[in-house]
Design a protein around this ligand. Structure first.
Ligand SMILES: *Cc1c(COP(=O)(O)O)cnc(C)c1O
Length: 384
């Protein structure tokens, strides 16, 4: 059957991978080198300088393409560097329509770095994708979707968004960090670009910062490889190795993240001291049907509001947690708790935050793969 049409749970391990040519090493060596010997000027084995390409990074990029059902993977030094490369496809005067409750760092990059270069960003509630149409102009050159959204766990219909994008010939990019290709593969749903913060679930062990883009179109891939090389926001060989290793267990980890996420979502939902839980797997959640159709399961991310809590109450609860670590980031094997208003989303003005539902008392949890009972006991003693 070959390695080309493997199922997802095999692609994570074998996708785009071959034993190393030199000694048959099963894992690609960490090619910790900046340059490569040439036999004559311009004569080399495909590698000249590690900003342009490095064999460990190539192995990772092939794996990324394989798990996202794409043709090309392009790895960067961070998720933000990957987004930055996408925005560099644009020119002054261009407009972008973006999800409104998106990752705080993406918002900061759009508003504080790129607006001054003459690019306009419209932040739109895409829970109803038809809202996108209201902002389409002749200058719209990119639609940016994040789903599930961070931290409100809203679901955006990727197929419906891609229909609007195609109707107006606008490229559609999807930040697939929260879902990972285990849950959804946006290229199959009509997206043109998939973006990852590989720092999160792909790496999966909270030991590396990295980003990635995956595309199908050759011309688009060439433009992005050019930006990767020309702007230079690359990832190193050691980090490439770590994420490649992380991807090999992605499906097993995600399965447990989803199981634990579900257990904790229901525990919190039934807790008398919890006001509201945001998790896309409740039948009562907005866009539940879309979530069920476009995702294989509901993931390990959720947010909640403790009953009657204010800013300080939320912080007090988080400080009491002992198994959950108070930290930014998500998607690692260990459970983390965060306070969006003072941490990940502090760069978004309070007014803008609250429009998206990110109230001061909101607590975000990244559910790890520990024993679910330990996590529930920890929440129990903290919430009281
Ligand atoms: C973390 C994150 C990013 C940014 O990625 P970095 O690796 O931190 O640069 C972008 N989008 C989402 C959804 C994220 O969670």
């Amino acid at each position: 059957m070959g390695k080309n049409n493997l199922k997802f749970n095999s692609k994570t391990i074998h996708g785009g991978q071959e034993p190393d040519k030199a000694y048959g090493a099963v894992m690609p060596p960490i090619y910790q080198t900046s340059t490569y010997a040439q036999t004559a000027p311009g004569k080399h084995n495909g590698y000249e300088y590690s900003r342009s390409a490095n064999p460990t990074r190539t192995a990772l990029e092939k794996s990324l393409a394989s798990i996202e059902n794409g043709n090309y993977g392009i790895a960067f030094g961070s998720g933000i560097a990957a987004i930055d490369a996408v925005i560099k496809l644009l020119s002054p005067g261009d407009e972008v329509i973006s999800t409104s409750d998106l990752y705080g760092g993406s918002y900061r990059l759009f508003k504080q770095v790129y607006e001054k270069f003459g690019i306009t960003f419209h932040f739109v509630d895409m829970a109803n994708v038809n809202n996108i149409e209201n902002y389409v102009t002749n200058n719209t050159k990119l639609i940016w979707v994040e789903t599930p959204t961070n931290p409100m766990m809203n679901i955006i219909d990727i197929v419906a968004a891609s229909k609007i994008a195609k109707k107006h010939s606008i490229p559609l990019a999807v930040d697939n960090t929260f879902a990972t290709p285990y849950l959804q593969t946006p290229l199959d749903l009509g997206a043109d670009i998939v973006m990852h913060s590989a720092t999160k679930y792909l790496g999966g062990h909270s030991d590396v910062v990295m980003g990635a883009l995956i595309v199908n179109d050759k011309e688009l891939a060439e433009k992005l490889y050019f930006i990767q090389k020309a702007s230079g926001a690359i990832c190193g060989p050691m980090d490439s190795f770590l994420v490649l290793r992380g991807i090999k267990t992605l499906h097993v980890r995600m399965q447990r993240h989803c199981e634990n996420g579900k257990a904790i979502a229901y525990y919190l939902k039934n807790h008398p001291k919890v006001e509201k839980v945001f998790w896309p797997g409740f039948e009562s959640s907005p866009n539940y049907e879309i979530a069920k159709n476009q995702m294989k399961d509901f993931g390990g991310m959720l947010s909640f509001i403790p009953k009657g809590a204010n800013y300080n109450d939320a912080i007090e609860i988080i400080k009491k947690l002992q198994v959950f670590t108070l930290a930014e980031s998500l998607g690692g094997v260990e459970s983390l708790a965060g306070h969006p208003a003072s941490m990940t989303h502090a760069s978004i003005p309070k007014e803008e935050r609250e429009k998206s539902g990110i109230v001061d008392a909101l607590i975000r949890l990244s559910i790890g793969i520990e024993d679910e009972n330990d996590l529930i006991e920890d929440l129990e003693q903290a919430i009281g």
